[in-house]
Write a protein that binds this ligand. Structure first.
Ligand code: ADP
Ligand code: ZN
Length: 749
């Protein structure tokens, strides 16, 4: 990601036709960008009497529709004004700032996405452009009454200032149920009025009481606060094991930004947007943060979008798309779990939210903090090169110890093909349960078994639409494809040879480990936790609560359990297959497995009790297992990252070079292959540039489409985007075939 910093790219973002000044002459034309896959802003006439500037939101005709667009700058003048259509109206909203417009333009160019497509991400709250919805509010009337209960008295006191409030708000201030408010309504002491739904998170209180920070926390916090005070671009990595108190530290930086009246954006991987985090924020700042993710209601979306644009909403916690909200005065960005792959958006506009957030911070001249217990190699490399400041918290807060990690050599275990828990792990489980403590068995694989085959003819059950085995799910009674959702009942006879009762399950999924745990520990209370067993967030919340309250002895879980949760009585973590994910040789495979296992290991012994982690592995000498076993944080991890870095450097791979993936996909194999071959034949030849492929993608068929890949590897000095645009633009692509460009690819499937 260091390559984003070539000065040329940062200081010369191509900002379409934006002059940045914006004339407000009426009766002439201006360029308006619409949220569609268009490469440039189109000219529109500005009707007499309407005055608009660059950044203003306007309604314009587009084909037969009317769409919301953004005035992008002076007219290009490439269409005669007689042919131009007129802007219909301008919205009474704060205009989109120049930084945001420059950011959109820069990102479009960097990610090679149509400009309007990137704008669309900033306008993803259609309701924001309609009249805001009204809510019911209550205010005091002039009627007096002497016969009031204490509760009623408190309500009237809460409404003393004469301003209308919603029932829920009043109930909270007066500490009564909403029913009390309604009671006063029937007495005529309060009346109902229409009010606008207020923007969320308007008044977080930075001055509330907070925890006493440890010395190392205080030092890191001071640095971050200084950065916020300074109002300039600066990137710091906040590094420390899970439980080190990183959140507590960046909350301090947040408080500083709030004291200055500025806005804060905290990005989290979607999966980590948990209630626990929101409650913690609420406890610290006295109000809930504004949330932003793909599952919000239309009302909540438009409310937050407006609140952010007007500057009323102070703190947004969101998934990657929150980066495109139109902040009016952003003063700090925090990227928690910066190493997470979830920050990469793999469809639509293909971008990496962490990297783009750094660019956004740079353009807006504000500080940004990347937070992780297992920083990505890209980020560490930027630290090593002195581009990012390194703030390290060395220990767990309050002296809670790191768990002791050891590997179990599965080559020595004589397990039959239906069992997956080693003797050593079972022994340790038994001891843990006897002490009344909890065990987590981690396996990042949903379902019962990853492969089903026929014992008689050897036929393996594969998805008809994808290059992938069907995964047996006993609970759903189906064979499922984890890529496209294809599902079928397990056949009674083999579909290939017709023999009855010959299908066997191969390998473990969490459902199977669940069965095995029950077999060994029939008395234990066992719970299975995977995204398909706890589909609804409320359900997950309930299950997590059951665990915290000690009503579960053994938890079998996928990565859904790996993140952020804190179970004080959990002291043993068994990783059923520590090698999972290392096969296949993807660029970041080791790094990812290390990060995930480190995170899982962090579930053990977070309170006073010491934790143990056992890794079942067929390669216990692998440097990942070694690094994890070097207890604690510093030495093992950094040695691992350094070896990883030197291997990448030797292979001339990122962060020491740049990559771009080209994916060619289509329903017709012949046509798709033809395009892929044409790209291969015309691949750019230059020093410091290599093209690999085309080759069938690892998932050569996905959702019924055939897929081929090319990979471009380039020296950092090369203008990759320009080279790619020229090359890919020169190949004829029929409408049935799609070519995707993935800059800085994270996955290679
Ligand atoms: P991290 O974000 O590094 O995983 P957290 O900030 O979540 O760590 O802290 C871990 C636990 O320790 C939390 O329960 C938090 O409330 C507590 N904690 C952290 N710092 C302090 C402190 N200075 N005083 C009291 N409790 C703290
Ligand atoms: Zn499929």
């Amino acid at each position: 990601m260091s390559d984003l910093f070539s000065d040329e790219q940062i200081t010369n973002p191509v900002s379409g036709a934006d002059s940045g000044q914006g004339g407000s002459v009426s009766g002439h034309a201006m360029a308006v960008l619409v949220p569609y896959p268009v490469d440039k802003a189109y000219d529109y006439l500005i009707p007499e009497g309407l005055s608009v500037e660059a950044g203003d939101y306007v309604l314009v005709p587009l084909g037969r529709r009317e769409v919301v667009g953004v005035v992008w700058g002076e007219a290009a003048g490439d269409v005669s004004s007689a042919k131009l259509k007129s802007v219909i109206m301008a919205y009474d909203l704060p205009s989109m700032g120049k930084v945001q417009r420059d950011f959109i333009a820069w990102l479009a160019k960097y990610c090679m996405s149509p400009l309007g497509f990137v704008l669309k991400m900033s306008l993803s709250a259609p309701g924001a452009f309609e009249a805001p919805a009204l809510a019911k509010g209550y205010k005091k009337t002039d009627i007096k009454s002497s016969k009031l209960t204490a509760q009623q008295g408190r309500v009237l006191e809460a409404l003393q200032d004469g301003l209308p409030r919603r029932a829920s708000e009043i109930a909270e201030i007066a500490d009564v149920s909403a029913g009390v408010v309604k009671g006063l309504l029937s007495k005529g002491l309060v009346e109902q009025v229409d009010i606008y739904n207020p923007a969320p998170c308007r008044k977080p209180d930075p001055y509330r009481e907070r925890a006493q920070l440890s010395e190392s926390q205080q030092m890191a916090a001071d640095r971050l606060c200084e950065m916020v005070e300074h109002k300039a671009y600066h990137c710091a990595l906040l590094d420390g094991v899970t439980g080190a108190g990183k959140t507590e530290v960046y909350f301090e930086a947040l408080a500083t930004a709030l004291k200055k009246g500025r806005q804060v954006l905290i990005l989290l991987p979607e999966i980590a947007l948990s209630n626990a985090f929101l409650e913690r924020f609420q406890a610290r700042f006295g109000c809930a943060p504004a949330l932003w993710h793909s599952n919000l209601s239309k009302g909540a979306r438009s409310n937050t979008w407006r609140g952010v644009a007007k500057g009323d909403t102070k703190v947004v916690i969101g998934a990657r798309s929150a980066l495109f909200l139109p902040f009016s005065d952003l003063g700090l960005i925090v990227i928690d779990e910066e190493h997470e792959q979830a920050y990469k958006q793999e469809d639509g506009v293909i971008y990496h939210a962490r990297d783009m957030a750094v660019v956004r911070a740079h353009m807006g001249q504000i500080p940004i903090t990347l937070v992780s217990a297992t920083p990505s190699l890209e980020t560490m490399n930027n630290v090593w090169e002195g581009k990012y400041e390194h703030l390290s918290l060395l220990d767990r807060y309050g002296g809670a110890r790191m768990p002791e990690v050891s590997a179990i050599d599965m080559r020595r275990e004589k397990l039959d093909a239906r069992h997956f828990l080693s003797l050593a792990l079972r022994d340790e489980m038994e001891k843990t349960l006897e002490r009344g403590e909890q065990v987590l068995l981690f396996l990042n694989r949903r379902g019962y078994a990853p492969l089903t085959l026929c014992r008689h003819c050897g036929h393996k059950y594969e998805c008809p639409r994808c290059t992938a085995w069907l995964v047996e799910h006993k609970r759903g009674g189906a064979l499922q494809c984890h890529h496209c959702g294809f599902s079928m009942r397990p056949p009674e006879k083999c579909m290939e040879c017709g023999e009855v009762d010959t299908l066997v399950a191969c390998g473990p999924g969490v459902e199977r480990v669940f069965e095995e745990a029950k077999e060994y520990f029939p008395e234990a209370r066992v719970m299975l936790l995977a995204s398909d067993t706890a589909e609804h967030p409320d359900e997950l919340k309930k299950m997590l609560k059951t665990i915290r309250e000690g009503e579960v002895d053994i938890i079998i879980g996928t990565q859904i359990i790996a993140k952020g949760h804190h179970f004080p009585n959990l002291t043993l973590v068994g990783v059923v297959d520590a090698d999972l994910g290392l096969q296949g040789g993807e660029l970041r495979a080791s790094e990812r497995v290390y990060q995930l296992l480190h995170q899982v290991a962090g579930r053990a012994g977070r309170a006073e009790k010491k934790g143990r982690v056992l890794l079942q592995s067929f390669m216990p000498d692998h440097r990942i297992m070694q690094a994890l076993c070097e207890s604690g944080h510093g030495a093992g991890r950094d040695a691992f990252l350094e070896v990883e870095a030197s291997e990448r450097e030797m292979a001339h791979m990122p962060p020491f070079s740049r990559l771009a993936g080209i994916i060619v996909s289509g329903r017709d194999n012949g046509q798709t292959l033809e395009v892929a071959k044409a790209l291969g034949k015309t691949a750019p030849q230059a020093e410091g540039l290599h093209t690999l492929g085309p080759a069938p993608a690892p998932y050569a068929r996905l959702r019924g489409k055939f897929r081929y890949r090319l990979l471009v590897q380039a020296d950092k000095g090369i203008n990759l985007q320009k080279t790619l645009a020229h090359w890919v633009g020169g190949v004829k692509v029929p409408s049935t075939v799609r070519v995707y460009i993935d800059i800085d690819p994270q996955s290679f499937f």
